[in-house]
Ligand binder design. Structure first.
Ligand code: SER
Length: 869
């Protein structure tokens, strides 16, 4: 079976068991402070397990794009070195949200693997949870007894908490699990060592393919386990490993998932996969990492300097590092692999096929930047070794600085050092690394305590589209700690506060009752709860409150949000339909809009866009808001779904004239409320993505007021009112002419001065000495000294100036004199400059000094004669 057929067979099988097949969630997560990326299939269903939300179908299956490069599940360092770990991989999964449990999960897994996929039963082993006394958890005998129906008991193995109790992260849903392992070794090898001794022993050919998790617990922040409201099933099967098994290969990289990418790398590098162990690792790293990078960018996460973007940047740099030093490819290569990924996966993952060009461009730009940095790093390292001859060990700080500032992998420093017969201070480097880890840990350090529930079964509703103040009741609260201190978070049963999402910032305001008034510092979403952050916990949290949103701020935000929609539409009209939103920020002061477009906008285009948006404002377009449109219908209405966003079955549609968007944000009732729209800047955000910043409403009016008042001041200054531009042009012209005249006069003056200087020559000890004070400017003095040094032999010339009340000294010594005597202008001027309370230095034949005491100039010049003795 091809990989495409394998994926389809899995999904069809669970469809036949009444499962709804859903698309993969985006690989990059948005509203989860505990997790940056989807690290397993269950991430997107967390709320169903926790009972926060009801699923449409209690049985669901999909293939999920996963990334395990940070946090609890991090495989990055193994990737490439072995043949079965990946950064990005697909996880095939089936779920029961409080529907079937262990029996069906086990039966169907067995049926699919042994009947549909026809994996011989004597190659399979299963594990069950052995129990854990400290946690008070029993052995999973239920699973054991169910497996007994299908597989002989000597193939059912016990596993400990590490292997057989699956947890999503430090907190969250968890439960005992049963893993299915496959032994794909040759018969001969299987005879030598029993497969069951190799299960969970990092053997590349006796590997786990499927994990059936029986989710019944919630791990709380205090470390204890609590029963979930219902019993659930979460299974995850490694797609690439399954392909390896079914395609009879002994490495994931030999399957048709990776082979086309590897072929392309071979073609570009001229190397052959399979010839050399180190080259093979590098090729695997490239083939693996490019998928992770491409899929993250496709879901809207561009490489950047912080958070998830930084993780992606590091993956990319790891890949380029391998290409550079192992494959000797010193040019961008990763972007050339994107079309291959598209051919392989584009029809199942439209986020790739629809954005292939953009993804390639972004990767290419990032590669070019990093290769430049690598070159600079190499140069720095070479300089360091050159300026420290006889060096035996490169200090850890130097290696770390190269790594930290230049993104220069330490392996590379090590290899280069070894080439020069020296080593690097590994201990020192590791110490610096640990220090940095500590720093970043404390920077992101936060602790969420467990929720205190005041009202069970709360349904939280956002009413802030219609109301900016309401009565609220706190249904739960918790304490949180982060680098800014201790805060409390409150959840209400209804709330007028908009939670930060879709680029729009969260509301602020306050809640109050007769007892107290508490400021709401921000509002954000976390796993679909709307969370209000406060500094002080209410004294009586169980009492009702009146909640009031900061109206002025909200109105300004709202204007900016509606203007963002008008801007999007206008950009598509002016630049073309390729323009798609790539991110936005909507705050009270301004809006920022990132969009796909490949060249800088001309000022005509910018003006045209401004004109269109402002026209829409004057046309007084009514808001047409529809809060619950079936997703498909919304698309038919012309709304655009963004890659990397998760949409429900019913979506909110916002329409102003031709602008139709899927949007959860707040909007003006009529476009005239926006008042005025002005683009403040247009710049590049990254390769293929432009960024516009713009203002509206009161900020826009204030900007106009400022501009008018500046204009008035300008007109007053120019003392005429009809055409200030013309006056300025005239002034510029006059200024140019005057500059030329000054230059001419300076030249004449210098020629005159040169004559005076020449006439003043004093011969001291056979040396032609000139010592003078002048009011020429420094550049002319230097120029004259150099002219005279050429014209007069044996010359020692020292000139003092006192322009702008600051004294300077310039000293020139002709080369013939330098050869004869041991004179050094730099050293002499340093001494002499003490007379003018200053300092300076320079070359042996020319040096200058500045000072602060003009009265010392004469002395300095007189003293210079001493050097001629
Ligand atoms: N959550 C489990 C895993 O990731 C099964 O899907 O292994």
């Amino acid at each position: 079976m091809t990989s495409k057929e394998i994926r389809k067979t899995f999904l069809d099988f669970f469809k036949s068991k009444q499962h709804s097949i859903v698309p993969s969630a985006p690989i990059v997560l948005k509203d989860d402070p505990t997790l940056m990326f989807s690290n397993s299939g269950m991430t997107q269903f967390k709320d169903f397990f926790l009972g926060y939300k009801e699923p449409k179908n209690k049985r669901t299956a999909d293939t999920q794009k996963c990334l395990r490069v940070s946090g609890k599940h991090n495989d990055l360092d193994d990737v490439g070195k072995d043949t079965y770990h990946h950064t990005m991989f697909e996880m095939l999964g089936n779920w029961s949200f409080g529907d079937y449990f262990k029996k069906e999960a086990i039966e169907w897994a067995w049926e699919l693997l042994t009947e549909v996929f026809a994996i011989p039963k004597d190659r399979l082993y299963v594990t069950i949870f052995e129990g854990d006394n400290d946690e008070g958890l029993d052995r999973d005998l239920e699973a054991y007894n169910l497996w007994k129906e299908h597989i002989s008991e000597d193939r059912i193995l016990l596993g400990n908490k590490k292997d057989n109790f699956w947890e999503m992260g430090e907190t969250g849903p968890c439960g005992p699990c049963s893993e299915i392992h496959v032994d794909i070794r040759s018969d001969e090898e299987r005879k030598k060592i029993d497969g069951k001794d190799l299960v969970n022993n990092d053997h590349p050919h006796v590997i786990e393919v499927w994990n059936l998790v029986f989710m019944e617990f919630l791990r709380k922040a205090d470390g204890t386990l609590e029963k979930l409201p219902k019993k659930n099933v979460d299974t995850g099967m490694g797609f690439e490993r399954l392909c390896m098994v079914l395609q009879g290969k002994d490495s994931n990289y030999d399957t048709d998932v990776f082979q086309p990418i590897i072929k392309k790398i071979e073609e570009i590098s001229g190397l052959t996969y399979g010839d050399n162990a180190n080259v093979d690792i590098a090729i695997r790293v490239l083939a693996d990492h490019v998928r992770a990078i491409a899929f993250s960018i496709a879901d809207g996460q561009l490489p950047s300097n912080s958070g998830a973007g930084y993780v992606i940047r590091r993956i990319l740099r790891r890949a380029i590092g391998y290409a550079y030093r192992v494959l000797q490819i010193k040019e961008p290569i990763l972007h050339k692999l994107v079309p291959v990924i598209n051919t392989q996966m584009g029809d199942f993952f439209p986020e790739i096929s629809k954005q292939e060009k953009l993804i390639s461009e972004i990767i290419k730009e990032e590669e070019i930047g990093f290769l430049r940095t690598l070159d600079q790093g190499l140069q720095r390292l070479a300089n360091f070794m050159e300026s420290n001859p006889g060096l035996k060990v490169i200090p850890g700080e130097v290696v770390f600085e190269l790594y930290d500032t230049y993104g220069f992998p330490s392996d590379l420093s090590r290899i280069i050092a070894e080439d020069h017969g020296i080593s690097i201070d590994e201990k020192g480097f590791n110490m610096e690394m640990n220090k940095q880890k500590e720093r970043s840990k404390s920077a992101t350090n936060f602790k969420n305590y467990d929720w205190v529930i005041l009202e069970e079964d709360e349904v939280e509703e956002f009413v802030g589209y219609d109301f900016l103040d309401t009565h609220v009741k706190i249904t739960r609260y918790r304490k949180v700690e982060n680098k800014e201190g201790v805060f409390y978070q409150l959840v209400f049963q209804i709330t007028p506060f908009y939670a930060e999402s879709g680029g729009q910032v969260g509301d602020i305001g306050y809640i109050e009752n007769l007892n107290e008034k508490i400021e709401i510092l921000n509002t954000k979403k976390e796993n679909n709860l709307i969370i209000h952050t406060v500094k002080e916990l209410p004294k009586y949290p169980e009492f009702p409150f009146h909640a009031i949103v900061d109206i002025k701020r909200r109105e300004a935000i709202t204007k900016n949000h509606s203007a963002t929609h008008l801007l999007h539409e206008a950009l598509r009209e002016v630049l073309g339909k390729h323009v798609e939103q790539k991110g936005s920020f909507v705050g009270p002061e301004y809006l920022r809009f990132d969009f796909s477009h490949f060249s800088k906008m001309s000022s005509e285009e910018i003006q045209e866009v401004e004109k269109i948006v402002n026209t829409k404002i004057y046309e007084r377009l009514e808001l047409e808001e529809n809060r619950a449109v079936p997703f498909k219908k919304a698309l038919d209405m012309g709304a655009m779904a963004l890659f990397g966003e998760k949409y429900g079955d019913l979506v909110r549609v916002i329409k102003f004239g031709n602008s139709v968007e899927l949007c959860g944000g707040t909007h003006v009732k009529n476009t005239h409320e926006i008042i005025f729209f002005k683009i403040m800047s247009e710049s590049s955000s990254s390769a293929g993505v432009r960024r516009i910043e713009a203002i509206t409403g009161e900020t826009g009016m204030n900007f106009l007021k400022d501009q008018f008042s500046q204009y008035d001041r300008l007109k007053n200054f120019l003392k005429q009112t009809d055409d200030p531009l013309k006056s300025i042009e005239k002034l510029y012209l006059e200024n140019d002419q005057l500059k030329k005249q000054v230059e001419q006069l300076n030249k004449e003056k210098a020629n005159h001065e040169k004559l005076i200087w020449k006439n003043s020559i004093n011969v001291v000890n056979g040396i032609n000495y000139i010592g003078l004070i002048t009011d020429l400017n420094a550049a002319s003095v230097k120029d004259l000294i150099f002219q005279l040094k050429k014209e007069i032999s044996n010359l020692f010339i020292i000139i003092g100036t006192k322009t702008e009340q600051k004294p300077t000294l310039s000293l020139g010594i002709s080369d013939d004199l330098l050869n004869l005597k041991n004179l050094h202008a730099g050293t002499i001027i340093r001494e002499l400059s003490k007379e003018i309370k200053g300092g300076g230095g320079g070359q042996p034949s020319f040096a200058t000094a500045g000072g602060s005491d003009t009265s010392g100039l004469e002395n300095a010049i007189n003293k210079s004669l001493n050097y001629l003795q």
